[in-house]
Write a protein that binds this ligand. Structure first.
Ligand code: VGL
Ligand code: ZN
Length: 208
Protein backbone atom coordinates (compact mmCIF):
# COMPACT_ATOMS: atom_id res chain seq x y z
CA UNK A 1 0.00 0.00 0.00
CA UNK A 2 1.44 3.43 -0.90
CA UNK A 3 2.35 5.77 1.93
CA UNK A 4 0.27 8.56 0.47
CA UNK A 5 0.00 10.42 3.74
CA UNK A 6 1.44 13.89 3.00
CA UNK A 7 2.31 15.82 6.12
CA UNK A 8 0.27 13.55 8.36
CA UNK A 9 0.86 11.25 11.31
CA UNK A 10 -1.02 8.30 12.74
CA UNK A 11 -1.54 8.79 16.46
CA UNK A 12 -2.25 5.50 18.22
CA UNK A 13 -3.71 6.22 21.65
CA UNK A 14 -3.21 3.95 24.68
CA UNK A 15 -3.47 0.47 23.18
CA UNK A 16 -2.37 -1.00 26.50
CA UNK A 17 -3.21 -4.18 28.38
CA UNK A 18 -5.14 -2.43 31.13
CA UNK A 19 -7.62 -1.12 28.56
CA UNK A 20 -8.13 -4.55 27.01
CA UNK A 21 -10.18 -7.53 28.22
CA UNK A 22 -8.90 -8.67 31.60
CA UNK A 23 -7.21 -5.32 32.26
CA UNK A 24 -7.73 -3.03 35.22
CA UNK A 25 -9.81 -0.51 33.25
CA UNK A 26 -11.01 -2.78 30.49
CA UNK A 27 -12.75 -1.07 27.59
CA UNK A 28 -15.33 -3.42 26.02
CA UNK A 29 -13.55 -5.19 23.14
CA UNK A 30 -10.53 -2.91 23.58
CA UNK A 31 -8.25 -5.45 21.89
CA UNK A 32 -10.57 -5.31 18.87
CA UNK A 33 -8.72 -2.19 17.72
CA UNK A 34 -5.40 -4.01 17.30
CA UNK A 35 -5.90 -5.52 13.81
CA UNK A 36 -7.42 -2.27 12.54
CA UNK A 37 -4.58 -0.17 13.96
CA UNK A 38 -1.95 -2.57 12.64
CA UNK A 39 -3.38 -2.25 9.15
CA UNK A 40 -3.51 1.55 9.41
CA UNK A 41 0.17 1.64 10.34
CA UNK A 42 1.15 0.48 6.85
CA UNK A 43 -0.39 3.60 5.39
CA UNK A 44 1.61 6.14 7.39
CA UNK A 45 5.23 7.01 7.36
CA UNK A 46 4.94 8.70 10.73
CA UNK A 47 3.42 6.67 13.53
CA UNK A 48 3.32 7.94 17.11
CA UNK A 49 2.08 5.87 20.04
CA UNK A 50 0.86 7.13 23.37
CA UNK A 51 0.99 5.31 26.65
CA UNK A 52 -1.01 6.16 29.76
CA UNK A 53 1.76 6.05 32.36
CA UNK A 54 0.81 6.73 35.97
CA UNK A 55 2.78 6.55 39.20
CA UNK A 56 1.19 4.32 41.83
CA UNK A 57 -0.99 6.56 44.03
CA UNK A 58 -1.78 8.75 41.03
CA UNK A 59 -4.51 11.23 41.96
CA UNK A 60 -6.77 9.98 39.16
CA UNK A 61 -7.05 6.69 41.06
CA UNK A 62 -10.08 6.29 43.34
CA UNK A 63 -7.76 4.48 45.75
CA UNK A 64 -5.89 7.75 46.35
CA UNK A 65 -9.05 9.44 47.71
CA UNK A 66 -10.15 7.60 50.85
CA UNK A 67 -13.52 5.94 50.35
CA UNK A 68 -14.09 7.26 46.83
CA UNK A 69 -15.18 4.51 44.48
CA UNK A 70 -14.07 4.04 40.91
CA UNK A 71 -16.12 6.11 38.43
CA UNK A 72 -17.11 8.63 41.12
CA UNK A 73 -16.10 12.23 40.43
CA UNK A 74 -13.47 13.91 42.58
CA UNK A 75 -12.53 17.55 42.74
CA UNK A 76 -9.03 18.47 41.62
CA UNK A 77 -7.45 21.97 41.50
CA UNK A 78 -8.04 21.96 37.73
CA UNK A 79 -11.69 20.89 38.06
CA UNK A 80 -13.77 17.72 38.31
CA UNK A 81 -11.99 14.49 37.54
CA UNK A 82 -13.36 10.97 37.14
CA UNK A 83 -11.80 8.62 39.70
CA UNK A 84 -10.57 5.47 37.97
CA UNK A 85 -9.55 2.05 39.15
CA UNK A 86 -5.76 1.85 39.51
CA UNK A 87 -4.48 1.34 35.95
CA UNK A 88 -1.45 1.74 33.71
CA UNK A 89 1.03 1.99 36.54
CA UNK A 90 4.37 2.91 34.97
CA UNK A 91 6.41 -0.16 34.18
CA UNK A 92 3.65 -2.65 35.02
CA UNK A 93 2.40 -5.30 32.60
CA UNK A 94 -0.95 -3.48 32.55
CA UNK A 95 0.81 -0.41 31.16
CA UNK A 96 2.55 -2.40 28.43
CA UNK A 97 1.27 -2.23 24.88
CA UNK A 98 -0.99 -5.06 23.73
CA UNK A 99 1.39 -7.80 22.62
CA UNK A 100 0.05 -7.89 19.06
CA UNK A 101 0.38 -4.14 18.47
CA UNK A 102 3.12 -3.49 15.92
CA UNK A 103 5.03 -1.10 18.14
CA UNK A 104 8.14 -1.36 15.96
CA UNK A 105 6.32 0.81 13.41
CA UNK A 106 6.38 3.83 15.71
CA UNK A 107 8.98 6.57 15.60
CA UNK A 108 8.00 7.98 18.98
CA UNK A 109 6.13 7.09 22.15
CA UNK A 110 4.54 9.84 24.21
CA UNK A 111 3.93 8.92 27.85
CA UNK A 112 1.31 10.94 29.68
CA UNK A 113 -0.22 11.17 33.12
CA UNK A 114 3.10 10.59 34.85
CA UNK A 115 2.72 13.55 37.26
CA UNK A 116 0.98 12.37 40.40
CA UNK A 117 -1.14 15.55 40.66
CA UNK A 118 -2.52 15.79 37.12
CA UNK A 119 -4.28 13.28 34.91
CA UNK A 120 -3.80 13.46 31.16
CA UNK A 121 -6.41 12.17 28.77
CA UNK A 122 -5.10 14.14 25.83
CA UNK A 123 -1.86 13.25 24.10
CA UNK A 124 -1.16 17.00 23.84
CA UNK A 125 -2.09 18.63 27.17
CA UNK A 126 -2.73 17.27 30.61
CA UNK A 127 -6.11 17.67 32.27
CA UNK A 128 -5.29 21.16 33.55
CA UNK A 129 -5.48 21.90 29.77
CA UNK A 130 -2.13 23.75 30.00
CA UNK A 131 0.73 21.40 30.81
CA UNK A 132 2.14 20.16 27.49
CA UNK A 133 3.26 16.59 26.86
CA UNK A 134 5.67 17.68 24.14
CA UNK A 135 3.66 16.17 21.28
CA UNK A 136 2.69 19.53 19.79
CA UNK A 137 6.36 20.50 19.56
CA UNK A 138 7.29 17.18 18.01
CA UNK A 139 4.62 17.48 15.34
CA UNK A 140 5.51 21.09 14.66
CA UNK A 141 9.14 20.21 14.09
CA UNK A 142 8.13 17.31 11.86
CA UNK A 143 5.84 19.71 9.95
CA UNK A 144 2.85 17.48 10.49
CA UNK A 145 -0.39 19.32 9.73
CA UNK A 146 -2.84 16.44 9.96
CA UNK A 147 -3.29 13.72 12.57
CA UNK A 148 -5.28 10.54 12.16
CA UNK A 149 -6.26 9.07 15.50
CA UNK A 150 -7.21 5.61 16.69
CA UNK A 151 -6.99 3.63 19.93
CA UNK A 152 -8.54 3.71 23.39
CA UNK A 153 -10.79 5.05 24.54
CA UNK A 154 -12.89 6.88 21.93
CA UNK A 155 -14.68 9.04 24.49
CA UNK A 156 -11.70 9.92 26.68
CA UNK A 157 -8.13 9.88 25.47
CA UNK A 158 -8.91 9.73 21.74
CA UNK A 159 -11.54 12.49 21.89
CA UNK A 160 -9.47 14.79 24.10
CA UNK A 161 -6.49 14.32 21.80
CA UNK A 162 -8.53 15.02 18.67
CA UNK A 163 -10.06 18.15 20.22
CA UNK A 164 -6.64 19.43 21.28
CA UNK A 165 -5.31 18.76 17.80
CA UNK A 166 -8.06 21.03 16.44
CA UNK A 167 -7.26 23.63 19.09
CA UNK A 168 -3.69 23.60 17.82
CA UNK A 169 -4.88 24.17 14.27
CA UNK A 170 -4.21 20.65 13.03
CA UNK A 171 -6.57 18.69 10.85
CA UNK A 172 -7.87 15.75 12.89
CA UNK A 173 -9.51 12.54 11.74
CA UNK A 174 -10.72 9.83 14.11
CA UNK A 175 -11.00 6.32 12.67
CA UNK A 176 -14.00 5.04 14.58
CA UNK A 177 -13.56 1.32 13.91
CA UNK A 178 -10.00 1.70 15.16
CA UNK A 179 -11.35 2.89 18.53
CA UNK A 180 -13.47 1.49 21.35
CA UNK A 181 -15.32 3.48 24.03
CA UNK A 182 -15.71 3.33 27.80
CA UNK A 183 -19.13 5.07 27.49
CA UNK A 184 -19.58 6.29 31.02
CA UNK A 185 -22.96 8.03 31.49
CA UNK A 186 -23.36 9.10 27.89
CA UNK A 187 -19.72 10.06 27.43
CA UNK A 188 -19.51 8.52 23.96
CA UNK A 189 -22.43 10.51 22.56
CA UNK A 190 -21.12 13.70 24.21
CA UNK A 191 -17.59 13.19 22.90
CA UNK A 192 -18.81 12.36 19.41
CA UNK A 193 -20.98 15.48 19.31
CA UNK A 194 -18.18 17.69 20.59
CA UNK A 195 -15.75 16.28 18.05
CA UNK A 196 -18.24 16.90 15.27
CA UNK A 197 -18.84 20.47 16.41
CA UNK A 198 -15.12 21.16 16.44
CA UNK A 199 -14.36 19.95 12.96
CA UNK A 200 -12.93 16.54 13.79
CA UNK A 201 -13.52 14.18 10.84
CA UNK A 202 -15.16 10.95 11.97
CA UNK A 203 -14.52 8.13 9.52
CA UNK A 204 -14.26 4.38 9.13
CA UNK A 205 -10.94 2.83 8.15
CA UNK A 206 -12.45 1.65 4.85
CA UNK A 207 -13.08 5.32 3.96
CA UNK A 208 -9.51 6.46 4.41
C1 VGL B 1 -8.04 6.69 29.69
C2 VGL B 1 -9.30 6.88 31.57
C3 VGL B 1 -8.18 6.99 32.35
C4 VGL B 1 -8.00 6.51 28.20
C5 VGL B 1 -6.90 6.82 30.44
O1 VGL B 1 -6.96 6.06 27.67
O2 VGL B 1 -9.03 6.81 27.55
N1 VGL B 1 -9.23 6.74 30.25
N2 VGL B 1 -6.97 6.96 31.77
ZN1 ZN C 1 -5.22 6.90 32.99
Amino acid sequence: MPKNDGPSALLVVDVQNDFCTGGALAVPDGEGVVPVVNRLMDRFERVILTQDWHPSEHLSFASAHGDTRPFDTVSMPYGPQTAWPDHCVAGSSGAAFHRDLRTEKAQAVIRKGWRREIDSYSAFFENDRKTPTGLAGLLRELQVARVVLCGLATDFCVAYSALDARRLGLEATVVLDGCRAIDLEGSLAAATAEMGQNGVNLVQSADL
